[in-house]
Design a protein around this ligand. Structure first.
Ligand code: PGA
Length: 252
């Protein structure tokens, strides 16, 4: 039985003070929720403050990106070890905004995933097709290539520590959610790909999140699909009530 995982991707939002205020609101809003793993992914600058506020709670801390190298002359970059030191247990890798705006390739995402795992972080690896790709009937090919490339050579151990996030690019921040059938079909594809890569027991254990305009009103239906094991939440994670509503939708 896979434990659902809901992660809030705050993107480039929330100062330290705002981040502290959101966590203070979230804690009572999430009181009594069990059976769902909840992870907050603030910007780098708020990781220490959010980590301190989460200390002793069940809520996990994640980053939104990292560099693949351990240290060195990489101005402006942050390593997996630095994230571990701040108390991160997760890191989002290969988000579509990173792929599009910062030219991240499957090869780079794969390198980062290996470095994250080596440092003891659990990667949340994002995949998903653009609207043009979906309309051209390329969804399956695109997602297959992204899964194969981004998750290559992680081994069964590594895959078991990895979360995959299916985020159709056309649904991110647009208010346009994939239908449950569209989302479930791609999640099932991803699970088949994992099966081919590492066998049935690994494929059955890896959690696959949906992301893209998930809201309290559509979360439960999406997450009740057999292969949808939680959500990666952007806009709706910036407000305690909507994020808590989504987390409650993940409770089986
Ligand atoms: P959204 O973003 O929930 O605002 O669509 C999801 C994401 O980008 O992870």
């Amino acid at each position: 039985m896979r434990k659902p995982i809901v992660a809030g991707n705050w993107k480039m939002n929330k100062t330290v003070a705002e981040a502290r205020a959101l966590v203070a609101e979230l804690q009572p809003a999430l009181a009594g929720v069990s059976g769902v793993e909840v992870v907050l992914c603030p910007p780098f600058t708020a990781l220490a403050a959010v980590g301190a506020a989460l200390h002793g709670t069940d809520l996990g801390l994640g980053a939104q990106n990292m560099h693949a190298e351990k240290s060195g002359a990489y101005t402006g970059e942050i390593s997996a070890g630095m994230l571990r030191e701040l108390g991160c247990s997760y890191v989002i890798l290969g988000h579509s905004e990173r792929r599009t705006l910062f030219h991240e390739t499957d090869e780079l995402v794969n390198k980062k995933a290996k470095a994250a795992l080596a440092a003891g972080l659990r990667p949340i690896v994002c995949v998903g097709e653009t609207l043009a790709e979906r309309e051209a009937g390329q969804t399956e090919a695109v997602v297959t290539a992204q899964v194969g490339g981004s998750l290559a050579h992680l081994g069964a151990e590594g895959l078991l520590r990895t979360v995959v996030a299916y985020e159709p690019v056309w649904a991110i921040g647009t208010g346009r959610t994939a239908t449950t059938a569209q989302a479930q079909a791609v999640h099932a594809l991803i699970r088949r790909l994992l099966l081919n890569m590492a066998g049935g027991s690994v494929a059955e254990a890896v959690r696959i999140q949906y992301g893209g305009s998930m809201k309290p009103g559509n979360a439960r239906e999406l997450m009740s699909q057999p292969d949808i094991d939680g959500g990666l939440i952007g806009g709706a994670s910036l407000e305690a009530g909507s994020f808590a509503g989504i987390v409650r939708g993940a409770v089986k």
